[in-house]
Every structure is written in structure tokens, then in C-alpha cells.
Write a protein that binds this ligand. Structure first.
Ligand code: FAD
Length: 427
């Protein structure tokens, strides 16, 4: 990428300054250690980023742009099939109820996705709009509307009749209200991370495929000097970022442990009726149904892969290395029953694809972007918790500010704010 923000004309009207995220209410003062890090020049600073998912790739990108010498390492490849970033598509939306911090991050990330999309051969952001619909007026909706208003985001509040008129492929029976966000929509997940890593390498970053083994004994005392790959190579650095998604608890069992819980997610794609273009992006939005707390969401037919459905659950604990990636008949039956009720024209549609992935849930749904408690040059980045993808650009920028000591830390991203008891609070 040659620049961080797309042309103003290509962006929706979003009036959010990038600094507002970091200097917002509750931001802690810059620590003395951070002040010391800030004092150093970035030229010649060697930073190793381990994990080329969406968080690691954007962190590496922003580091490079700020003058560091960056090596990005991944065991299986950027946005590989086992990684949480490895799916086809992810929702980007700004509706977050009370959690305005994520509304700001999504809004600040959007122009960065637009800029990446502009230099990628195939589209990365498909701005079909996002429709959240609700059985009644509820706090999440009113708080989201208030946040949108305060930030000047171009959202629309729709009643059932209007939703039915605009989106006839969905049966809105039992839904009373909807929030439509133009300008947001679908991110092509795997493509975007692979494009970003490709740009990173072309811009002078290095990428190395390799498995980082357990940290050297004694590394926990003070600082880390080098990582060791399974083929025996060591890579030295001044600072290290571990953006390992659902693998973070595996490499850091003492520090992360149960603070991140990987859980199983299944997604399904169905062929739309032949010749019917109403299920394409544009006529059809990206959508989420606040079905009395039983949350389903989906995508239009992107690039002819099929119309995608998922039941958002954060339940069955899995291991990202060993979980069975075959879809279950029970999950398929649940999605088909939902599909037939809400999307009657898809009744009987052929299952074209299914994928099994995992969320890497932090205990409360907030990200973890914090220094290792004993290794002062190691930053841990993760806990995307089923909603992290869209925020990749701003997570990367925030992580780099922490490494360089150029912004205050956000208490919600701290290790101290997470526990082994899981109570998801961010939706
Ligand atoms: C089905 C599904 C749907 C989702 N939907 C949405 C959505 O609609 N919107 C949204 O915003 N978010 C969504 N998310 C969440 C989002 O995709 C994740 O939070 C995000 O992709 C996490 O990225 P990451 O970089 O932290 O982890 P990952 O993408 O998992 O990357 C971690 C990387 O670390 C590497 N690694 C691990 N261990 C080692 C090691 N020892 N040595 C070297 N490399 C290693 C792995 O190979 C991997 O590539 C969804 C997630 C899933 C699974």
C-alpha cells in the first residue's frame, strides 16, 4: 500500500479522528517504559512479528511504514485454512451498542481497507451495506444509533415495512426494526491478508514461513533476544509481537491460559436459484438477526460461492491444531431450518460449501494488546473474539503505537482486564 487512507471521495462520511481511539476517556498515562521506547529512533529497530493473520499482518504493515526493519513469521502461511483469518468473508460494521470504542475502530479501519482494496487486483471490501434487525426496540439498537449520530456515520433506521420493501429476499416476520449501515459490508478475508502480506514484502518487509517453538528457557526473565524456528534457525530482534490468534494460549500458557478460549464455528454456503441475481451483494446486504439473543448472520452470494449463513455461538472449546474440521449434521440442520424460515426462496438450495473455524474468545470480548508481564520487549496481540477482523488496521496501528511508545494504552486491551472466567460483554 502506498498510503494509509483512501481518496476522500471513496469514503463514506466518517468524521472520526484516528487519535480519538487512543486518547479517549479512561486512557492510561504513557508509562516510563513506554516513554523510553518512544525516545528511540525507528530506523534500524528490528521487530519480529509472529503470526500472519489479520492482526499480525496489519501490525507488520504499520511497523514497516514507520521505519522499522520487520520480519513476519507464520507456521502455515498468511490467513491459512486453520487460522481464524482464513475464511472467505468477514463482516465489517460499526454498530456495537454501548461499545463505542469498537465503533470508532471499525470506522477508522474502513478507509484503510478501502485503500487496500484499491491496490488489490480483486476487491477486498464489498460495500453492500449491513442490516442488523431486531424483534423490538432494544438498548443495543438505541446505543448504536446514538454512537452513529455522535460520529456522523451515515446509518438509517428502518421499520419492518421499509425493510421488506428494500430487501424482499428476507422474510422479516417478527422483526420490528432495522439499522442499515451503508458503506460497510463484507471483507474478503483470506484475500485481504494475503494481499497485505504481498504488499508488505514488496515494500521491503521480510516474510518467513516457520513454526516458532517454545520460547528459550530463561526468556521469561527480562527480555527475549531471539526466537527459534522448528528447522533450527534463530531470528533475533529488538522487539517481538506474538499475534497467534487461537494459538496464543499454547505458546503462553502461564500468561494467557484460559484468558483466551478457542471455540468452534461452522459456516455454510448455499447456491441461490439459477439466474436469480437478487442474492448478490447490492440488492442483498450483509445481515445479522438479533433473534431474541439467538444470533444468526450471513452474507450475499459473493463471487458465486453461495449465500453464506452462520449461527454465532461461543460454546464448544477446541484446539486449533487438532479440531475436526468436518461440519456437523446438527449445525447444518440448525442453519437450514433458520434459512428456510427467513429466506424462503432458498428452501431446498444446494449446500455448496461448508467451513469449520474457531473464534479465539477473550474472557469479555475485548482484545488483548499488551506487553508480556516479564518480557518487556514482547507484545501479545489477540483475543479477536469473533469480531476482530474488521479492526485489523486499527489493531495494527495501536500495537505499533505501544511498541514505539507513541500513544497511551487503552485499559480495555490490557491483560489485567481479562480473567479465566468467560462473560462475553462485546457484541
Ligand atoms: C467463522 C468466523 C467468523 C468470523 N466473523 C467475523 C466477522 O464477521 N467480522 C469480524 O470482524 N471478525 C470475525 N471473526 C473474527 C476474526 O476473523 C478473528 O478475530 C481474526 O481473524 C483473528 O486474527 P488473528 O490474526 O488474531 O489470528 P489468526 O488469523 O488465527 O492468525 C494467527 C496466526 O498465527 C500463526 N501461528 C500460530 N502459532 C504459531 C507459531 N508457533 N509459530 C508461527 N506461527 C504461528 C497461525 O498459523 C496463524 O496464521 C470471525 C472468525 C471466525 C472463525
Amino acid at each position: 500500500m502506498s498510503k494509509d487512507r483512501g481518496p476522500a471521495s471513496a469514503r463514506p462520511r466518517i468524521d472520526v479522528t484516528r487519535r480519538s481511539l487512543l486518547i479517549g476517556a479512561g486512557g492510561a498515562a504513557v508509562s516510563p517504559a513506554a516513554a523510553a521506547r518512544r525516545g528511540k529512533s525507528n530506523k534500524g529497530r528490528r521487530v519480529v512479528v509472529i503470526g500472519a493473520g489479520v492482526f499480525g499482518a496489519w501490525t507488520a504493515h504499520h511497523l514497516l511504514k514507520r521505519g522499522a526493519n520487520v520480519t513476519l513469521v507464520d507456521a502455515f502461511g498468511p490467513a491459512n485454512s486453520k487460522a481464524s483469518s482464513g475464511g472467505e468473508s468477514r463482516v465489517t460494521r460499526a454498530a456495537y451498542g454501548k461499545d463505542e470504542i469498537y465503533t470508532r475502530m471499525a470506522a477508522d479501519s474502513l478507509p484503510q481497507w478501502q485503500a487496500l482494496s484499491a491496490v488489490s487486483g480483486l476487491p477486498i471490501l464489498i460495500a453492500a451495506g449491513v442490516l442488523f434487525f431486531f424483534p423490538n426496540e432494544q438498548e443495543y439498537l438505541t446505543q448504536s444509533v446514538a454512537a452513529h449520530k455522535a460520529m456522523g456515520l451515515p446509518s438509517e433506521l428502518l421499520d419492518r415495512r421499509e425493510m421488506q420493501r428494500r430487501f424482499p429476499m428476507i422474510d422479516f416476520t417478527g422483526a420490528a426494526l432495522g439499522l442499515f449501515e451503508p458503506g460497510f459490508g463484507a471483507l474478503m478475508a483470506r484475500r485481504s491478508v494475503q494481499t497485505l502480506v504481498d504488499r508488505f514484502v514488496r515494500d521491503g518487509g521480510s516474510y518467513r514461513q516457520g513454526l516458532v517453538e517454545m520460547l528459550p528457557a530463561g526468556a521469561a526473565a527480562g527480555r527475549l533476544d531471539a526466537i527459534r524456528l522448528s528447522d533450527g534457525e534463530t531470528i533475533g530482534g529488538d522487539q517481538f509481537v506474538f499475534a497467534l490468534g487461537p494459538w496464543l494460549p499454547k505458546l503462553f500458557p502461564d500468561v494467557i491460559g484460559e484468558k483466551i478460549l478457542p471455540t468452534r464455528q461452522e459456516v455454510f454456503f448455499f447456491a441461490p436459484p439459477a439466474g436469480d441475481r437478487s442474492f448478490e451483494a447490492g440488492p442483498m446486504p450483509v445481515w445479522a438477526d438479533f433473534n431474541n439473543g439467538d444470533f444468526f448472520y450471513g452474507f450475499p452470494d459473493l463471487e458465486a460461492r453461495g449465500v453464506k449463513f452462520a449461527h454465532d455461538e461461543h460454546g464448544v472449546k477446541v484446539d486449533p491444531d487438532t479440531q475436526d474440521r468436518r461440519p456437523t449434521a446438527a449445525a447444518l440442520a440448525e442453519v437450514v431450518a433458520y434459512r428456510d424460515r427467513r429466506f424462503p426462496r432458498l428452501k431446498g438450495a444446494t449446500l455448496t460449501e461448508a467451513r469449520v473455524c474457531q473464534y479465539e474468545n477473550s474472557s469479555n470480548g475485548d482484545f488483548i494488546i499488551d506487553f508480556h508481564p516479564t518480557m518487556s520487549n514482547v507484545l501479545l496481540v489477540g483475543g479477536g473474539s469473533g469480531h476482530g477482523f474488521k479492526h485489523g488496521p486499527e489493531v495494527g496501528r495501536y500495537a505499533v503505537d505501544q511498541l514505539l511508545g507513541t500513544a497511551a494504552s487503552e485499559p480495555r486491551f490490557s491483560l489485567a482486564s481479562k480473567s479465566a472466567v468467560h462473560h462475553r460483554e462485546v457484541h
